[in-house]
Design a protein around this ligand. Structure first.
Ligand code: ZN
Length: 174
């Protein structure tokens, strides 16, 4: 495994529609593993392949759900690696939240996302998977899948602002 360089605006790869992956080969698995290492090193909670300059439909997400009740211990983070992810169901409710992006460093924006979604795709072994996500996890998935279409959070945000360093640290970047 190796970390890869995270590309930032105005790199054109961030604006391209990523290609569908025909099969989960060893090369794709290496890309996934490198993306996981790069995401953790950043650190971030998600990464899409175009963010490391590879225009293929691959995303990785790692997120720890907050405890159900205050005072409970933090839950362990869960890692998702998805090839050709596709949103197949969207709940009608949308919610606003503040997002940042490793490819748009220093900026934040408030973005409306679906509160819960169902995604299908292939896992690292090439097997079909279906994931139901709600809340912040659903937001991260929507942000990453947007990257595969060449869409950035700044396109969806009503307002984008330069984040204070402290504020950026407290908001998980993806
Ligand atoms: Zn991003």
């Amino acid at each position: 495994m190796a970390t890869r360089e995270i590309v930032t605006l105005p790199d054109p790869v961030l604006r391209q529609k990523a290609r569908k992956v025909p099969a989960v080969t060893e090369d794709v698995r290496t890309l996934i593993d490198d993306m996981v290492e790069t995401m953790r090193a950043a650190p971030g909670v998600g990464l899409a392949a175009p963010q490391v300059g590879d225009s293929r439909r691959v995303i990785v997400v790692e997120y720890a759900e907050p405890p159900e009740q205050e005072g409970e211990p933090a839950r362990p983070p869960k890692l998702f690696t998805l090839v050709n992810p596709e949103i197949v169901r969207r709940a009608p409710d949308q919610v606003k939240g503040v997002e940042g992006c490793l490819s748009v460093p220093g900026y934040l924006g408030e973005v409306e996302r679906f509160e819960s979604i169902t995604i299908k795709g292939l896992n690292r072994a090439g097997l079909p998977v279906r994931i139901k996500a709600a809340g912040w996890l659903a937001r991260i998935f929507q942000h990453e899948i947007d990257h595969l279409e060449g869409t950035l959070f700044i396109d969806r945000a009503e307002e984008v602002w330069k984040g204070e360093e402290k504020e950026i640290e407290s908001i998980a970047a993806d």
